[in-house]
Design a protein around this ligand. Structure first.
Ligand SMILES: Nc1ncnc2c1ncn2[C@@H]1O[C@H](COP(=O)(O)OP(=O)(O)OP(=O)(O)O)[C@@H](O)[C@H]1O
Ligand SMILES: [Mg+2]
Length: 305
């Protein structure tokens, strides 16, 4: 991972601090299995610099941005870079203190406390990914206030008091615009440093495609990037919604072509049908056809070996 950061152009001084962090907090036995081994790498040097520096400074991070901007990929990559066990907690409407901190349970006829993910993460110096944090009710998140600020403790009536391991960090993600998303209140937002996640750059998208599909012909990697750029431009000018601007869908489409579908079939499912409006679907379909001929198949866009 550190070599990857060097190749991405992250400052050597930052990387050195990460190495010091890792040396200061060696992994404890039994937590190796929780350290992620990322399949996807995050591209974006400036975001890397900001995120690494904030976490090195002891801060928690809130990654805010539209869908498929790599928020979870970055969070997982960060746990891997710092070589820390990761806890991934999805927030939903009914997330409450018990599901975060833990609850009393009966075991062998006795009451015992069953630790929730936040407690485990706190004690073991983990990186806690608070996924879609704004899906939960703000009131239920008040239990995290003392955990996320300078107090670095979990202190809830009825539970024992736990101090956070010095290596523990929290990385929250949030996506506004989805149905059901709510605003995070100021008290909670104030406990994070906020990174606005940009859409991947054209250059990095090409890199991503060629890394994920090493046999994709460069000219087609280029065409898929241009297509993504076209869709993006139409979104920015307000001509279409952001539904078809879906990097996940684009990557999945390329995979479908490799597995036997034509470009038209694949991009239909991955991009065009993400629109729910007939008129918009037609518009997107026209944009797609300009860059990618509908009949293209695996033998056209992939190198033959
Ligand atoms: N800058 C980037 N670098 C690398 N991959 C990226 C980048 N931006 C998006 N991706 C790709 O987009 C896909 C989605 O990433 P991820 O699941 O992290 O998105 P997200 O921001 O959490 O989306 P959502 O809000 O929908 O949960 C992955 O395949 C990821 O590789
Ligand atoms: Mg996500």
């Amino acid at each position: 991972m550190l070599d990857f950061l060097r190749r991405e152009g992250v400052a050597e001084s930052t990387i050195k601090k990460v190495e010091e962090f890792r040396a200061r907090y060696p992994l404890e036995d039994g937590s190796h299995y929780r350290v992620p081994k990322p399949t996807y790498l995050y591209y974006g040097t400036e975001i890397w610099e900001k995120a690494l520096t904030a976490l090195l400074t002891g801060e928690n991070l809130l990654l805010v941005g539209p869908k498929a901007t790599g928020k979870n990929v970055l969070a997982e990559n960060l746990a891997a870079v710092f070589c820390r066990p990761e806890w991934d907690v999805s927030f939903y409407l009914n997330t409450d203190a018990a599901s975060l901190i833990g609850t009393d349970t009966f075991r062998n006829g006795m009451v015992s406390f069953r630790q929730g993910p936040i407690c485990q993460c706190a004690e073991q110096g983990g990186f806690g990914v608070l996924d879609e944090i704004n899906m939960a009710k703000n009131e239920s998140l008040a239990v995290l206030h003392a955990t996320l600020d300078f107090r670095r403790i979990i202190d809830v009536p009825g539970y024992e008091r736990i101090s956070l391991h010095p290596a523990t960090r929290f990385i929250a993600t949030m996506n506004y615009g989805y149905a059901g998303t709510r605003e995070l209140n100021e008290a909670l937002t104030s406990r994070f440093l906020v990174i606005n996640m940009p859409l991947i750059s054209n250059e990095n998208l090409k890199k991503l495609l060629l890394v994920q599909f090493p046999d994709l012909k460069e000219e087609y990697a280029e065409q898929f990037c241009l297509l993504f750029g076209d869709i993006r431009a139409k979104c920015e000018s307000g001509e279409i919604s952001t539904k078809p601007l879906d990097l996940r869908g684009l990557i999945a489409s390329v995979r479908l072509v490799r597995n036997g579908l034509t470009a038209a079939q694949a991009l239909d499912m991955g991009i065009i049908n993400k629109s729910t409006d007939d008129f918009e679907r037609q518009l997107v379909s026209d944009i797609v056809a300009v860059r990618i001929a509908p009949t293209l198949a695996a033998e056209d866009i992939f190198e033959q070996t």
